[in-house]
Design a protein around this ligand. Structure first.
Ligand code: GLC
Ligand code: CA
Length: 539
């Protein structure tokens, strides 16, 4: 078991003048990702909903974060868990109503929590009225020109592009009819972003939600909107998934940036520091930095940090390369360890006690770095990936489109355990059946259990976030690396903060001799850091 995460009795220096007080909130925010369908189920149908989220807002507030990001809750056939939107201006009845959303917004703002929602502009649902109209309309019609319809070669699709979820990226609307592009599932036809009607529609959607009071948008597949108009075959040098290499014919095309410049003009017209965060899976920090130029999106998820292996050199390079590239455009970094698309970090870092220790250290590393950070629901409980889901309950299209070769993303989407000794662990009312089964051994990972355990992951996150709010050195700003050996990362931040991470397995002496504010597990009595341990110091 992981033991004592916290060193009590150390004073925290708090200065009255916070140098970053005037900076916009999103430069330093910690944002909690709510995967709505797995957060809390108020009506007992097994699916999390907005009412459930509303009833648990105090938990999120007490955690000490600044904002929440909600995954899509719009009307949707749920072919890809809501990333197939059939109406961008409403709430799916499974999740609630527009009135419930407005109430959630009010309740969140009353707790000083900002609200970011998910915008899915690369594709609509195939049940969106636009696509329904396009199906029956003739080739070349206005209806078809909103999407990417092309002629194929007999029974062969127009090119060799592959769906991210497996299989061809092309499907037909009928025998002998045209093909349409879907970089994801066939139920997610890609829009044609060269069409002014598409652009106008999405600017109107942004305004619809900004007018309701949302604080920002997470932009789904931000690197995918523009396609090479020649639609050339994908050369062998390009992987079909994974971060996009420069020159790829449908990822990270230059033309996407024009869309974001237009959106920035929309957000800038609203009061109160509205913000965008880009989901852009690109290969280099330089590519990513282009999305956050001062007239484009505000921030972008830092996936190179997430993808870095548990290795001091790799982590330091990911940090340095990101900070360097982002500094050149004046944007803050936005660190992320997990989300609803990737294997949870406890499991990625090796699983079991070792994976947990590393994840605890990674949390202090992430929250000590300059910029903002995202916490994916359940990360603060130290949940592992659920690897043992039976095939019969899986829902991710990746699983089905690869014939099960890829297990898919259901394992990081299992509903949260809140309380009690057995499923549904307070996720829904007693007797309700969560949409994915929870492991029966999650009783020690419930919010209720971890809240009363000072050594739990939850207590570590709460304490780190509390310190982060108090210490003027944390959040936005810079970092100075301190000399440290091989497996150790050590950096200082002004005023008076240092973070040391021992990525290795053996105990090492710390380059810092100062008061320990917080440690991911108890330090040795002589001040050395055990393996897989991070500590924060008042330097
Ligand atoms: C993004 C989402 C993912 C979704 C995909 C298609 O990567 O995070 O969950 O499947 O886009 O919309
Ligand atoms: Ca429900």
């Amino acid at each position: 078991m992981v033991s004592a995460g916290r060193c009590v009795g150390y004073g925290v220096r708090v200065t009255s003048s916070n140098p970053t007080a005037a900076a916009p909130w999103w430069r330093s925010a910690v944002i909690y990702q709510v995967y709505v369908r797995s957060f809390a189920d108020a009506n007992g149908d097994g699916i999390g909903d907005l009412a459930g989220l509303r009833s648990r807002l105090d938990y999120i507030h007490d955690l000490g974060v600044d904002a929440i990001w909600l995954n899509p809750f719009y009307p949707s056939p749920q072919a890809d868990a809501g990333y197939d939107v059939s109406d961008y201006r409403d709430v799916d009845p499974r999740f609630g109503t527009l009135a419930e959303f407005d109430a959630l917004l009010l309740d969140s703002h009353a707790r000083n929590l900002r609200v970011i929602i998910d915008l899915v502009p690369n594709h609509t649902s195939s049940e969106h009225p636009w696509f329904k109209a396009a199906r029956s309309a003739p080739p070349g019609s206005r209806e078809r020109r909103r999407y990417l319809f092309r002629d194929g070669y007999g029974e062969q699709p127009p090119n060799n592009w592959r769906s991210t979820f497996g299989g061809s990226a092309w499907s037909r609307v009928g025998p002998n009819d045209q093909w349409y592009l879907h970089l994801f599932a066939p139920e997610q036809p890609d829009l044609d972003w060269t069409n002014p009607e598409v652009r106008q529609e999405f600017e109107a959607i942004l305004k619809f939600w900004f007018d309701r009071g949302v604080d920002g948008f997470r932009i789904d597949v931000a690197h995918g909107l523009a396609k090479d108009p020649g639609m050339p075959d994908l050369g062998e040098s390009f992987a079909t998934s994974g971060p996009a290499m420069a020159g790829h014919p449908h990822w990270d095309q230059d033309q996407v940036h024009d869309v974001y410049r237009a959106w920035r003009r929309v957000s800038d017209a609203y009061p109160g520091d509205r913000t965008f965060v880009a989901e852009a899976w690109v290969h280099t920090p330089q590519q990513l930095a282009r999305y956050v130029r001062s007239d484009e999106l505000h921030t972008a998820f830092n996936f190179n940090f997430l993808l870095a292996p548990w290795n001091a050199q790799a982590l330091r390079s990911a940090i340095d390369d990101s900070l360097g590239a982002l500094a050149s455009v004046g944007a803050p970094a936005t660190w992320v360890l997990s989300n609803h698309d990737v294997v949870r970090e406890v499991t990625r870092y090796g699983g079991g006690d070792l994976g947990t220790q590393r994840a605890r250290a990674a949390a202090l590393l992430m929250l000590g770095l300059p910029g903002g950070a995202y916490v994916y629901q359940g990360e603060e409980l130290g949940l592992p990936e659920v690897l043992e889901l039976p095939d019969a309950v899986r829902q991710d299209p990746t699983f089905f489109r690869t014939g099960g070769r890829q297990r898919g993303r259901d394992g990081c989407r299992v509903p949260l355990p809140w309380s009690g000794e057995a499923p549904p662990f307070g996720f829904g009312p007693p007797g309700s059946k969560p949409w994915l089964p929870q492991p029966s051994n999650w009783a020690n990972s419930t919010v209720e259990h971890e809240r009363s355990d000072p050594e739990s992951m939850l207590s570590l996150y709460r304490e780190a976030l509390r310190l982060r709010r108090e210490l003027p050195s944390l959040g936005d700003g810079g970092l100075a690396w301190l000399p440290a050996s091989g497996d150790v990362l050590a950096f200082g931040r002004e005023p008076g903060f240092a973070c040391v991470v021992n990525v290795g397995e053996r105990a090492v002496s710390s380059p810092i001799r100062a008061k320990v504010l917080l440690a991911s597990q108890p330090l040795c009595s002589d001040g050395r850091l055990p393996g897989a341990t991070a500590a924060w110091y008042a330097s």
